[in-house]
Design a protein around this ligand. Structure first.
Ligand code: PBG
Ligand code: ZN
Length: 325
């Protein structure tokens, strides 16, 4: 008999007030990081297949950061679109390069009211598009790590709060930590792309930076998506090597990995909701198949529920501007 039904979960879903009372996941602006793509010169350039995302000159980035800040968004991750590419990726640690000059402009203007993160990787700067230096068809680990450490120091000098190595070379967190410390940047943190999978979800991003590998692919260094336990090994290495924050990337197809990171580490866990995850949302919305705000909040809630406390998302600025939270 239904009259005997004592337990009725619907009691806690009865109206919006009760639902607010019992909700256990909160997505907050203070935990979101907005990526920006920098370009030489002024103005903006649209990116094919990356709806609403542009490469920005330093004038516009600065203005964008200002308006984000007004809306309460203060965390930014910078990438450079470079036309200066060579086999070593030497532009990556040019102190007059796009990232360092932009960092110092923004730091000077906004100080500690902003947190500036920079991607540390060679692929936007190498002519072959790989994340390290190559010898024949091999991506050479230790030589790459040396370059990455130089790049990290260059970003720290210009005002980065956190450097974020995304290359997946072995030992890079330790090398970067040591290099930063030797130069007196003990306070600059390392946000490690700890479990970065060789993924098909990076398409629009590679379009943005013109950073696709020119031969082979990235599967000799990025992780194999068939493996979960390997992420735990990467986690313990990055923690030993001194990572301050550990990140999983992409986010939505890897919620299991995020949950494991949450369980097995005491440092904050971040997730990177990558370019094609963003573009999938845009395409659904364009087709009239979903409401953008609701879909984005569902996705970010799932990532938060899985255990990520920090989320890198191309939607951050739109969320802030629209007051979606
Ligand atoms: C560079 C890098 C990539 C992303 C962040 N840093 C792409 C890649 O490995 O080619 C992907 C971000 C995205 O798709 O949004 N190593
Ligand atoms: Zn790379």
């Amino acid at each position: 008999m239904l009259g005997d039904l004592i337990k009725r979960p619907r009691r806690l879903r009865r109206n919006a007030s009760v639902r607010e009372l019992v909700r256990d996941t909160h997505v907050q602006l203070s935990h979101l990081i907005q990526p920006y793509f920098l370009k030489d010169g002024k103005g903006s350039e649209p990116i094919t297949g990356f709806s609403g995302v542009c490469r920005l000159g330093v004038d516009l980035v600065s203005r964008q950061v200002e308006s984000d800040l007004e809306k309460g968004l203060r965390n930014f991750l910078f990438f450079a679109h470079s036309t200066k590419k060579d086999s070593q990726g030497t532009e990556a640690w040019n102190p007059e390069g796009l990232i360092p000059t932009t960092l110092s402009t923004i730091k000077k203007r906004f100080g500690d009211s902003v947190l500036l993160f920079t991607d540390v990787c060679l692929c936007p700067f190498t002519s072959h598009g790989h994340c390290g230096v190559v010898k024949g068809e091999e991506i050479v680990n230790d030589a790459s790590v040396e370059q990455l450490a130089k790049m990290a120091v260059c970003h720290a000098q210009a005002g980065a709060d956190f450097v974020a190595p995304s290359d997946m070379m072995d030992g890079r967190v330790r090398a970067i930590r040591h290099a930063l410390d030797r130069q007196g940047y003990q306070q600059v943190g390392v946000l490690a792309y700890t479990a970065k999978y060789a993924s098909s979800y990076y398409g629009p991003f590679r379009e943005a930076l013109d950073s696709s590998p020119q031969f082979s692919d990235r599967s000799s260094y990025q992780m194999d998506f068939r493996n979960a336990r390997a992420a735990l090994q990467e986690l313990s290495l990055d923690l030993e090597e001194g990572a301050d924050i550990v990140m999983v990337k992409p986010a939505l197809p890897y919620l299991d990995i995020i949950a494991q990171f949450r369980e097995h580490s005491a440092v904050p866990v971040a997730a990177y909701c990558v370019s094609a995850e963003y573009q999938m949302v845009k395409l659904l919305v364009r087709e009239g198949l979903a409401e953008e705000r609701k879909l984005v909040l569902e996705n970010l809630s799932a990532i938060t529920r899985a255990g990520a406390q920090i989320i890198v998302t191309y939607h951050a600025s739109e969320i802030a501007r629209g007051g979606w939270l």
